[in-house]
Design a protein around this ligand. Sequence first.
Ligand code: RFL
Ligand code: PHB
Length: 390
Amino acid sequence: MRTQVGIIGAGPSGLLMSQLLHRQGIETVVLERHSRDYVLARVRAGVLEHGFADLMREAQVAERMDAEGLIHDGFDIAYEGRRHRIDLKGLTGGNTVIVYGQTEVTKDLYDARDRMDGIVIHGAEDVQPHDIGTEMPFLTYSLNGEEHRVDCDYIVGCDGFHGVSRKSIPRDTLREFEKVYPMGWLGVLSPTPPVSDELIYVNHERGFALCSMRSPELSRYYVQCSADDRVEHWSDEMFWEELKRRLPDDAASTIVTAASTEKTIAPLRSYVAEPMRHGNLFLAGDAAHIVPPTGAKGLNSAASDIFYLYHAMVDHYRKHDDSGLESYSERALARVWKAERFSWWMTRLLHHFPGEDDFDRRIQKIELDYLFSSDAAMKSLAENYVGLPY
Ligand code: RFL
Ligand code: PHB
């Protein structure tokens, strides 16, 4: 098979890239290791920056997001039993975020790919990029025991943190930065109305908690757990009890609980690989960088990579202008590092860190006191949360 852009991974990054390029007449083939049902069953992100929402509109996949997504003008941070509102809209001169699940984003992208007869190959095993340092890179994979080859101009690695793309860049040209946090997030999906109209991030002495949602009938809740904890250790009752202990009284007394429909533990990690290009292989999304979920920046940073790379590809094919491709890694990393900083800061601000001493706790307390008392500090939080400009 021959195509213009070979894409590894049919998560949100790969599907969005393929959809945007196809609309500009640029051919793509997407190779995905798992089945479509598996990809669609993953419950992950929930908060979309306004820039991401615009990119969904540009890709013409925003109809359902605009109809069913929940526009959030602010959120609460609960600390020492009190709720402090961060007025995103007021503090940023009118910007907001949209609460719309990653599962729905992925579903909308798949539906759009179907309508345009986009090629997405599922169950592709042993995907391997070759000759990425040359003008004629290609991909190989096996499907139902048969070997296949896709020749292309460029390869885009959208295969997430555990993918093959980043690993195919020579070790001595890749620089990695990593911080692993000594905690995880236990997340539950509950078919109940959210406890509050807006998200509540909780800093509690027993650990962080978060009240989020997917729709007016579907809630998403998290509690901080230890890094080596296991889902099997947590019955639903234990989860609800622990969540209620961490919530402010008004929320704890009104929350509606039910049997969970999904329960997972996510590790907390910051990670960046530089550069995001090697020859004709480009990395995008979780394949190149990871953030702890506290700032809701993972999917949003994947989207900004796609924005830069999509425009660079269009300039290449339409105007024979390669400047966007040349500067892709630098431009993407400049924004990625700001999301890394913000996510690290939010994580430090809101979690209980095992081993922290009295000094660390006082610094955290004063950082929160300062935040709630300073318009400038809240403005900084708000402009990062709604998303820095592309
Ligand atoms: P994905 O979603 O991991 O997709 C990668 C795809 O590549 C496939 N793949 C391969 N295919 C072929 N060959 C191989 N060798 C392959 N290896 C892997 C995989 O099967 C998969 O389909 O990466 P992508 O597309 O870059 O998207 C990134 C986002 O998924 C991620 O950043 C977010 O989910 C992070 N995240 C959040 N981000 C936000 O912006 N806002 C949030 O509110 C938010 N909340 C979260 C989150 C992540 C969480 N977890 C579970 C880590 C909450 C949680 C709990
Ligand atoms: C979610 O709804 O899953 C969610 C929301 C905000 C975050 C992280 C996750 O910061």
